[in-house]
Design a protein. Structure first.
Length: 344
């Protein structure tokens, strides 16, 4: 399977590092609104630097890997699907659930696949957690917590404005890791209650090269939610770009017969710690056989193999749509019933 990458910004480097070493896919081409970025990526990693139109029409591109900013995820994915290509988006799948539903329906009609980040949930940390819960290692899940607390991305990202525009904010930006991990471990969500606030209407960039520029904030930056899972478990989740430092855990899951400390879902590895009544302390569980290093690109590789083997792919559009439904309710401070999809 040949991959064409659209969007050669900050995250493209690790995808290119990993995918150009893959024996399962080939990176054939790359494109970016900023043509110099596509040329630089092609010079470093091989492949042809094309315009976006050329890449979408290229006969040797089977899968469009869409690594653009969230505002372009839906429109570019639709164009790729219209052209008969499979598409794999960086997260979030789209900004609006309605657009995401239309995209999946279009892909169904066209007979092509839609995949979506994050693929970190396919790594050893979350897969070990999933297996332990599925095997009953902590009994029946009762509840848990999730915390993604940071001061925002304007201190390190070279062009951070999109994190504060529609499609950004802590929930749509970082929520995909946390909510997808929780859904992977606990199954689908059936309801969300949330309180969301925008703490500062403007943020000042402190990273190069835009140091000193201000960003008008369009989204909530501190969101506190309760997720009710179809299984009956309930998880409190706080996602914030307004916290300077915290000692709170990433994710914990509590069951009738124990507790699980789940590692950072923005990474692939462990440790996964478990406590059962009678234990003196937490202990680290052995990790399952899955990537534990920064394997970004693993999800699109899996999709390519799944297409060839005619089986479902794992980082699926359906999963990403469910997560988008949950995040949308959470980010807007809504109380919402969620229709748990049958495919998860
Ligand atoms: N930076 C990270 O650490 C990181 C980590 C994981 C996921 N992501 C996700 O990856 C995506 C990209 O993030 P990034 O940090 O690489 O952003 P970025 O701004 O560094 O890069 C995005 C690139 O997409 C290009 N682009 C935007 N709209 C386009 C369009 N319509 N057509 C062609 N090219 C277009 C831009 O010119 C830019 O080069 C986002 O969805 C983000 O959430 C980023």
């Amino acid at each position: 399977m040949n991959i064409g990458i659209i969007g050669c910004g900050a995250i493209s480097g690790i995808y290119l590092e990993n995918l150009t070493k893959s024996r399962r896919v080939r990176v054939a081409a790359m494109a970016d609104l900023d043509a110099s970025r596509a040329k630089a990526a092609a010079a470093k990693y091989g492949g042809r630097a094309l315009t976006v139109d050329e890449l979408i029409d290229a006969r040797d591109v089977d899968i469009v890997l869409n690594l653009t900013t969230p505002d372009a995820h839906e429109s570019l994915a639709r164009r790729a699907v219209e052209a008969g290509k499979h598409v794999y988006n960086e997260k979030p799948l789209c900004i609006d659930p309605a657009g995401a539903r239309n995209l999946l329906e279009l892909a169904r009609r066209k007979g092509v696949r839609v995949g979506c980040a994050p693929d970190t949930v396919l790594g050893a940390g979350i897969q070990t957690s999933r297996k332990l819960v599925a095997d009953g290692a902590i009994g029946k899940p009762v509840g848990g917590l999730a915390f993604m607390l940071c001061p925002g991305h304007e201190s390190w990202h070279p062009d951070p404005a999109f994190y504060y525009k529609k499609g950004g904010g802590p929930v749509l930006d970082m929520g995909p890791y946390y909510i997808t991990a929780l859904v992977t471990i606990l199954g689908p969500v059936a309801g969300v209650r949330s309180v969301a606030r925008m703490t500062r209407p403007q943020r000042t960039i402190t990273s190069a090269p835009r140091r000193g520029q201000t960003i008008d904030v369009e989204v909530a930056t501190h969101c506190v939610g309760i997720l009710e899972f179809a299984s009956g478990a309930s998880v409190s989740a706080t996602l914030s770009f307004d916290v300077h430092r915290s000692r709170c855990a990433n994710i914990e899951v509590w069951g009738t017969e124990g507790a699980l400390a789940v590692p950072d879902p923005n990474g692939f590895g462990g440790p996964v710690s478990i406590f059962r009544p009678g234990d003196q302390d937490w202990s680290d569980a052995p990790l399952v056989d899955a990537p534990a290093h920064n394997a970004r690109g693993f999800g699109v590789e899996d999709m390519a193999v799944a297409i060839a083997e005619n089986r479902p792919h794992r980082a699926s559009g359906a999963l990403a749509l469910h997560v988008l439904d949950v995040m949308t309710a959470m980010a807007t401070g809504a109380t919402a019933k969620i229709e748990p999809p049958q495919v998860i």
